[in-house]
Design a protein around this ligand. Sequence first.
Ligand code: GUN
Length: 292
Amino acid sequence: MTATILDGSATAKAIREELKSQVDSLRQRGETPPGLAVVLVGDDPGSRVYVDQKQKACDKAGFYSIMSRFPAATTEAELLGQIDRLNTNAAIHGILVQVPLPKHIDESRVMHAIDPRKDVDGFHPINVGKLMLGDDTFFPCTPLGCLELLKRYRVPIQGKRALVVGRSNIVGKPVAMMLLREHATVTIAHSRTADLPGEVGRADIVVAAIGKPEFVKGAWLKEGAVVLDVGINEVPHPTTPGQRHLVGDVEFATARERAGWITPVPGGAGPMTIAMLLQNTLKARNQLVSAK
Ligand code: GUN
């Protein structure tokens, strides 16, 4: 079997166009456009690339956006001060603080400081709690993008065995809860799981979010499985010396021969994450405006 590619680039583009037309009609009616603030502390090159992509996508979709860049030596108090200002800025409906933050800043304290109504990443404990309870909330963007891809490709989830590899707060834990909400039978595997190949082999849906290049082997997969590869790893190019390229957490070449559906890297989960950030920002805007 050769897998159907779950094309995140094309799907994200379609979603961004849908959002743009909603924002265009808001602007035509003279109403407030959605506003996103992106906060970056330090100069991690990967984070800079992500943050630039987020802002570019905002601009193209007609969103208002501001970017706050802080040097790595910024104190926690300075960062909390900026979050306070964004919490009370009426033109801003979504606040995203790119993580990881420098070691001297308590990430949890920063997440607690964001107004939960503007928490478009879904990282605030109130929103994490709502996800656990099954309430409506802001779902974290990468997990939301994975589920949206399955929905748009009409891949069934209900009753399927789903394996999430990785237990991070950003991807592993929330995607597991979201698959559970869609009535999958969910297992979370991690670095101390006893028999990972065996767990992968039993799964109808595999979400790989461990951050290790090509760690999940195609040979482990059940024939016809759905593979969502959330990893973005930069590694030396196999044939061109001195060049680097991106690979996921799944060994793509072998996996695509066994899987039923698979996300490529790049062009799978990554672009969907950004489209979902815009979707969450528009949702936050609509909720804040109608609550006024
Ligand atoms: N760092 C890596 N992914 C994310 C994300 O989705 N949101 C934020 N804020 N930081 C990230």
